[in-house]
Design a protein. Structure first.
Length: 315
């Protein structure tokens, strides 16, 4: 399987709509995904993510709009298109737990004309030594890795990852992230849906946020808030006997006190820190647990959830 060409467009969506009866699930969305890009679709349940992805995979047809995936119309494409995509669903795609890891991959791999080496895939998903293990003997996290392996066995150019690390412990999730980054380094294109903001922030080149069937923002994670809203949070423990009014003026005017912890949101963290630490040094005080946190994707996402859509349900 040839690697995707850098700079090419892997997915192009224009004016996509889909309704179920009177429910408008997707309302005229447009976006593009470049070859070799990790693109995340975010949004609450019912925002239209699943419908959009199912249309891109060819499992649903659009009511209107244009969709191109690897140059194909997925609703009418045949085996050549199927050979070039991989799908990792939220739930296991293996019907029986009696088969072994190797048997499951061999069975799924037989559906592709140019499958990837089975043992290589097993190693890639972190299941080395488990080829002969029956699926029923695997932990929940290991079974989720099998789902990932099944999506990769066809050596796809484009991989759809639907909540890929659900059920993973923190260590397994980090390992999965590194695997996904490795696929990107090979030129694979990845379209990711996730509810983990940290996951999207770590993996995605760009994110699109859906709400009520519309895209309300589309940008790299670091740019989603916009420069004018890029506020940092300064957090520190209040020195014994000090209150908010005792802090320097630049801090006192913006501080929020939660127990013995002070929080300050600022778009001038360097100036604020200089005044705060200078104040503490003059008084011989220590500022326990002093941290500066830049705005996160989660901050941006929660702010965007205040977007005033039309209120219809979506899927």
């Amino acid at each position: 399987m040839s690697e995707s060409s850098a700079g090419a467009t892997a997915v192009a969506v224009s004016g996509l709509t889909k309704s179920y009866g009177s429910t408008k699930a997707v309302r005229g969305i447009s976006f593009e995904v470049s070859a070799g890009e990790v693109f995340a679709l975010l949004g609450p349940n019912g925002a239209g993510k699943s419908t959009t992805v199912e249309i891109l995979e060819g499992h649903r047809t659009a009511d209107s709009g244009e969709v191109s995936v690897l140059g194909f119309n997925p609703s009418t494409a045949g085996r050549e298109f199927r050979d070039r995509i991989g799908i990792v669903l939220q739930e296991s795609t293996v019907d029986t737990a009696e088969v072994t890891v190797a048997e499951a991959l061999d069975t799924f791999g037989a559906a592709y004309r140019h499958p990837r080496d089975r043992d290589e895939v097993i190693e890639l998903v972190g299941l080395t030594g488990k080829a002969n293990a029956r699926l029923k003997s695997l932990s929940g996290g290991q079974q989720r890795r099998i789902d990932m392996a099944l999506g990769l066995i066809g050596d796809p150019d484009l991989i759809f990852l639907d909540e890929p690390t659900t059920g993973f412990d923190p260590e397994a999730r980090r390992a999965a992230w590194e695997m996904i980054k490795g696929l990107r380094s090979l030129g694979r294109t990845i379209l990711l849906t996730t509810h983990y903001m940290e996951e999207a922030e770590y993996l995605a080149d760009r994110v699109a946020v859906l709400l009520d069937g519309r895209i309300v923002a589309c940008a790299p994670p670091s740019q989603l808030l916009g420069a004018e809203k890029s506020t940092s949070t300064v957090r520190f423990g209040l020195p014994a006997g000090a209150g908010g009014a005792d802090l320097p003026a630049l801090v006192a005017g913006e501080v929020q006190i939660e127990g013995d912890i002070a929080l300050v949101s600022t778009d001038r963290p360097t100036a604020l820190l200089a005044e705060l630490t200078g104040w503490a040094v003059e008084r011989g005080l220590e500022l326990a647990d002093l941290t500066v946190s830049p705005p996160s994707l989660e901050d941006a996402y929660l702010q965007l959830m205040g977007y005033d859509g039309e209120g219809d349900d979506a899927t």
